[in-house]
Structure formats: structure tokens, C-alpha cells
Design a protein around this ligand. Structure first.
Ligand SMILES: *[C@@H]1O[C@H](CO)[C@@H](O)[C@H](O)[C@H]1NC(C)=O
Ligand SMILES: *[C@@H]1O[C@H](CO)[C@@H](O)[C@H](O)[C@H]1NC(C)=O
Ligand SMILES: *[C@@H]1O[C@H](CO)[C@@H](O)[C@H](O)[C@H]1NC(C)=O
Ligand SMILES: *[C@@H]1O[C@H](CO)[C@@H](O)[C@H](O)[C@H]1NC(C)=O
Ligand SMILES: *[C@@H]1O[C@H](CO)[C@@H](O)[C@H](O)[C@H]1NC(C)=O
Ligand SMILES: *[C@@H]1O[C@H](CO)[C@@H](O)[C@H](O)[C@H]1NC(C)=O
Ligand SMILES: *[C@@H]1O[C@H](CO)[C@@H](O)[C@H](O)[C@H]1NC(C)=O
Length: 453
């Protein structure tokens, strides 16, 4: 059954204001960098991060914009948790023998930024010290250490901080109509759906994330704020007023479709993005989770699609694969200049949006075959992305009359974003064969080289 957005009653009100950093640039564009979780989980130590820092530089990734080295969960002392005098979170000195400030200093020497991880609950997802109730002290501590980026997770929220109403996109089975938001769940009492027109900035999730955002602002250091609230409590409606990015969904996993434990393959996440793409713009970015490019059993085509579409969505581009021994073909995907330029465009803030679903009728909620045809404007032209969700090679036709900003009368030059090569001059349509699970990525300009729109 195709789902019409108009029946969903989801008029997305733009936030009253986006959070503009004092320094005039931090968080304006999607963050780029590397994070330890997807590959190492808790098996981290200072060497991992210093090695990554050096490799970001030597592999040319820093020059392409990947400037964050982000520590995920498991960096602190799991037993003692906090200093019993100062109350500050204690680093795990086995993993970070000279403390986190030392790691930050070393990362800064490379011209890179260091990120850390915290949790808006009593404990992190891994059972380490959480920051709920300690926001000011923790923000100040991280600022003193020289931290530049905080990923703030959503585990172990005490009962008294539970939201009155539930908006948990991951639990939707048949799509986003209101009654389905109660489906699935974590075994707790069945939550109550929000009344029509409910203002989610009155939710306790909003409070938990805003308190840390305010503490970071008060901390005397510009710290980019990545709110890892899994799309809960309609954070897509208010996340740009409290931080720089907000997770839209649960955790990612390196599989094409389906789910492994609590983590999701690429297609269910893209299906959600096919409906919820309106909130990203300068200073605030919907985060579809860190990149699994190069990980697990993803084929080369699947890694290409993952990168192209996450870049198109203007999701933060946070690499999650080891850089030592990285395969040249994976490095090439992560280094794609045309796709990075779209993601980081200084002039156009909006992400690409679906203009046609493809194998399914428009607006079909389908976790294996989401929207296939996406387009977006940039300062360098109109970009079109055509994903092949089927199991065999398909001919994909880009019908210019369907693409916002293009028409059937004008002749256009088409560039292939994967090779950078000019494909020729085309009128009415462009066609290409696309392998199973690969994505055609093209950039379109007028014959004189100017932007078509
Ligand atoms: C996104 O914006 C479009 C165009 O304004 C609108 O039709 C659609 O309903 C919006 N989607 C959501 C999920 O709010
Ligand atoms: C640091 O962690 C990496 C990755 O888990 C591991 O291979 C390495 O042995 C560790 N080094 C030290 C000194 O613990
Ligand atoms: C505080 O921690 C230190 C070091 O772990 C320990 O020696 C001391 O006994 C603790 N003090 C209290 C009051 O718990
Ligand atoms: C803020 O940071 C600056 C330099 O980074 C320092 O000189 C100043 O003392 C700090 N202020 C406070 C209140 O910590
Ligand atoms: C990859 O495939 C192998 C063999 O089928 C399987 O054992 C492994 O769990 C898969 N990895 C992931 C991340 O799905
Ligand atoms: C889907 O959207 C495209 C682009 O607007 C349009 O050309 C096409 O007719 C739509 N298809 C359906 C079934 O609504
Ligand atoms: C998703 O779409 C595919 C392609 O049309 C279809 O075969 C499949 O049955 C759909 N899945 C569901 C759950 O409707």
C-alpha cells in the first residue's frame, strides 16, 4: 500500500532557530572524520586513535575534509567511573595511559580534532559513566581536555526521565502512521501515542539533550554536538536548536537489508530517509549513522551506494573502517571528490530528496526497496542518484522532465561522479546500466557549464 505523506499529519515545522556556533563554522556543514565503534567497539586504546590520525593525514583524507578522530564508548574507567573528590569522569588509564588530554594534544598536533562519547542517561550503552545530572561538569571536563566533538548517546535513561509519549521510528512495522509507533518495543509497558499537534520540545528527551547542549555552550570551547537520540521524540523537528546533528534511526550494521540484533542494514535506514529528509540544512544535519563502507559483507557496489547516498542525504561522513591496510578500492570510494563536494556544499544546505521510488510506487514504505531516484542541487549543478535495489543489473533512465531543476527541452552535459568523466551532451534523458545494489551518481550542468537551475 503506497503511503501518502499528506495523510500522516506530519507537517514538519521548521525549528524556530538553528544553533549557530560562535566561531562561525563549527557544525555548519556535516561533520567528516573517523570513529572507532563500527570496527573496534570497546577494543580501543590511545594507539588506535593516534594511528588513525596519522593515516588520515598520510592517505590524503584530512585534505578532503575528514578532520575528526572520534572516540566512541568504553574510554572511561568502568569500575571507579568518577573521581570521588572532583566528580570528574575518570579515563581508563590502561587504554589511555596519559589520559584523554594527552590524546587530544597529539591529535591537535596533526591539525585534527578529537571527539569523545557520552550518554544522556545514568550509564552509557556499554555500562560506563553516563552524564545525566553531571552535564555541566562533564562538558567543562571535556573542554579542559581539548575535546572538539561530542557524540551523546541515549542508553539507560532512568524511569523518571521517560517521555510521556513515544516516537520511536525503529519500531514502526508498516510505516509511520501514528498508531504504529507503539508496535514492537523493548518489553516495557505499551507507551501512549502522542496527541495530534503535540509539541515535542516539551518532552523529557528534549530536556536531556538541551541540558547538555547548553552545558557545552557554557564550556568555553566550541564543541560540535552530535545528538545520538535514534530519531526519538521527533528530534528531527528540534535537534537543530539544541545541537549540530541528530541521529534519525537506530544503529547501522554492515548488511544490505534486514537487521542484526539491534542494528540495521542500509535499506531500512534509507527507507526511513525516503520519508524524513526535510530537516537537514546549514547548522543542523540528520544523521543516518556512521559509515560501514568497507565493513562486513558489503559488496563493493553496496559500499558505493552507502557512501553516495549518505553523502546525498548530507549525513555526517564518519568513517568506521580501519585505515591501516585499507583496500585501495574502499579508499577510492571514501575519497570521491564530487560526492564530498555535494555533502559539503558551502552554498546549498538542503540534502538530496527522492523524486521517484522506482520498483515500487511513489511513497511506498518498504525496508528492502526504498526510493531509488534521488536528486539535489549544489553550487556545481544538479546531482542525480539512481540506486538499483534489485538483484540483477538494470538499465536506469534519468528522465530530465522528472528531475527538479531540469527540463526536457534543454541540452545538458552529464558528468559521472564516480569517474569525474564527462559522459556527453544529453537532451530529455540519460540512461546507464547499473549493477545490482550499485548507485548511478551524476552531476548535470548546462552546455555552457552553468548551473541548470
Ligand atoms: C517534506 O516537505 C515536503 C515539501 O514541503 C512535504 O510535502 C512533506 O510532507 C514533508 N515531509 C515530512 C515528513 O514532513
Ligand atoms: C590497541 O588496540 C588495538 C585494537 O584493538 C590492538 O590491536 C592493540 O594491540 C592495542 N594496543 C595496546 C598497546 O593495547
Ligand atoms: C577515593 O578514591 C581513592 C583512589 O581510588 C581512594 O584511595 C580513596 O579511599 C577514595 N576515597 C573515598 C572517600 O572513597
Ligand atoms: C576560556 O579559555 C581561555 C583560553 O582558551 C582562557 O584564557 C580563559 O581563562 C578561559 N575562561 C574560563 C572561564 O575558563
Ligand atoms: C558475513 O558472511 C559470513 C559468512 O556467510 C557470516 O558468517 C558473517 O556473519 C557475515 N557478516 C556480517 C557482518 O553479516
Ligand atoms: C512519482 O514521482 C515522479 C516525479 O514527480 C513522477 O514523475 C511520477 O509520475 C510519480 N509517480 C507516481 C506513481 O506518482
Ligand atoms: C518491498 O518491495 C518489493 C519490490 O516491489 C516487494 O517484492 C516486497 O514484497 C516488498 N516488501 C514488503 C514487505 O511489502
Amino acid at each position: 500500500m503506497p503511503l501518502r505523506l499528506s495523510i500522516l499529519g506530519l507537517a514538519l515545522l521548521p525549528s524556530s532557530f538553528a544553533l549557530v556556533s560562535r566561531d562561525g563554522h563549527t557544525g555548519r556543514l556535516p561533520a567528516m572524520g573517523w570513529n572507532s565503534w563500527n570496527e573496534y567497539e570497546c577494543a580501543i586504546n590511545e594507539t588506535v586513535f593516534l594511528t588513525v590520525g596519522e593515516l588520515l593525514v598520510s592517505l590524503g583524507l584530512k585534505d578532503l575534509g575528514y578532520n575528526h578522530v572520534n572516540i566512541d564508548d568504553c574510554w572511561s574507567d568502568k569500575v571507579k567511573k568518577r573521581d570521588n573528590v572532583t566528580g570528574k569522569i575518570l579515563p581508563d588509564y590502561t587504554k589511555f595511559p596519559q589520559g584523554i588530554k594527552h590524546t587530544a594534544d597529539e591529535i591537535h598536533k596533526l591539525g585534527l580534532k578529537l571527539g569523545i562519547y557520552g550518554d544522556a542517561g545514568s550509564l552509557t550503552c556499554g555500562g560506563f559513566a553516563g552524564s545525566l545530572g553531571h552535564e555541566e561538569l562533564d562538558a567543562k571536563t571535556w573542554a579542559e581536555w581539548g575535546i572538539d566533538y561530542l557524540k551523546y548517546d541515549n542508553c539507560n535513561v532512568p524511569d523518571e526521565w521517560d517521555d510521556d509519549y513515544r516516537w520511536w521510528p525503529e519500531n514502526w512495522l508498516g510505516g509511520p502512521p501514528a498508531e504504529d509507533q507503539t508496535a514492537g518495543g523493548d518489553g516495557e509497558a505499551k507507551p501512549v501515542p502522542a496527541p495530534a499537534g503535540y509539541d515535542w520540545t516539551t518532552s523529557k528527551s528534549f530536556d536531556r539533550y538541551k541540558i547538555m547542549g547548553d552545558a557545552l555552550l557554557a564550556s568555553n570551547r566550541t564543541i560540535e554536538y552530535s545528538q545520538c537520540a535514534w530519531g526519538h521524540a521527533r528530534i528531527d523537528e528540534w535537534g537543530d536548536s539544541t545541537g549540530h546533528s541528530w541521529r534519525m534511526w537506530g544503529d547501522i550494521y554492515p548488511i544490505w537489508s534486514g537487521k542484526f540484533q539491534w542494528s540495521w542494514g542500509l535499506m531500512p535506514i534509507l527507507n526511513h530517509a525516503s520519508f524524513f529528509y526535510n530537516s537537514s540544512n546549514f547548522w543542523g544535519h540528520a544523521d543516518f549513522d556512521m559509515l560501514e563502507v568497507g565493513n562486513g559483507n558489503l559488496t563493493l557496489e553496496e559500499s558505493r551506494s552507502h557512501f553516495a547516498l549518505w553523502a546525498a542525504l548530507k549525513s555526517p561522513l564518519i568513517i568506521g573502517t580501519p585505515l591501516d591496510g585499507i583496500k585501495p578500492e574502499i579508499l577510492k570510494i571514501l575519497s570521491n571528490k564530487d560526492l564530498i563536494a555535494f555533502n559539503q556544499d558551502p552554498v546549498v544546505g538542503e540534502p538530496a530528496k527522492p523524486y521517484k521510488w522506482g520498483v515500487n510506487p511513489n511513497f511506498t514504505w518498504n525496508q528492502t526497496h526504498p526510493a531509488e531516484y534521488w536528486s539535489g542541487k549544489s553550487s556545481k549543478g544538479v546531482h542525480v542518484f539512481a540506486l538499483n535495489t534489485l538483484d540483477t543489473t538494470q538499465k536506469k533512465t534519468i528522465d530530465f522532465s522528472e528531475v527538479p531543476g531540469l527540463d526536457a527541452r534543454t541540452k545538458y552535459i552529464v558528468y559521472d561522479s564516480w569517474t569525474g568523466k564527462k559522459q556527453g551532451v544529453f537532451k530529455k534523458k540519460y540512461e546507464a546500466r547499473v549493477k545490482s545494489h550499485d548507485t548511478l551518481a551524476i552531476r548535470i550542468v548546462k552546455e555552457d557549464g552553468s548551473r541548470p537551475y
